[in-house]
Design a protein around this ligand. Sequence first.
Ligand code: ADP
Ligand code: NI
Length: 214
Amino acid sequence: MHQLVIEQTKNFVKKTLAEAEAGHDYWHILRVLKTAEKISEQEGGNKLVVILSALLHDIADAKFHNGDESLGPKIAEEFLFSLSLQPDIINHVVKIIENISFKNTFSGANFDSLELQIVQDADRLDAIGAIGIARAFVYGGYKNNPIYDPDLPPNLSMDKATYKKGNTSTINHFYEKLLKLKEMMNTSTGRSLAEQRHQFMLDFLSQFYREWDI
Ligand code: ADP
Ligand code: NI
């Protein structure tokens, strides 16, 4: 019934993200969409809100727009408005986009809903496991960060501003974020999907240090 709205949103997102960095491109969006739908099958939630939020959650990531955190929600709102969707659906999707990001966990959440929990779990699952490792190195490369620096320990008590600067080694990023995500899952379906991906990162790190210290 909402097929047309979903197709129009997919086309809009695909076009908008055509030049996006590989870790936040349309493929990331499609993976998050699929995972969010899978979690939603178990956990429930309003399907249309889950789908639209997954599709629009990175429409203008602040990292790539001079730190402007209001741009993504604004673009999403204008787009959804142009589709003449019900205001309560639009408001909910915009709230989710405002609150989904990892960096906002530093300031504490000011909004919660089952649909936010589902899409946030799906986004976090794409940051861990084999795909999460690939994305971390893509992002580290984009920032020209070192792969690893034994003299640069991870900063486990980062504030939001330090985290956003992202001046760290990509191996440190595992301790600063990726290995924390399993415990941060909102839903039990998300948590169970995180288990194996988390273990894969631990195995990757063990192998990495074995090769480093040969
Ligand atoms: P969100 O978009 O949920 O706020 P982030 O911006 O923290 O999340 O991260 C998005 C992606 O970029 C994730 O896959 C994450 O691991 C990666 N990333 C973020 N910061 C770094 C970093 N300093 N080094 C490597 N990868 C990073
Ligand atoms: Ni994302």
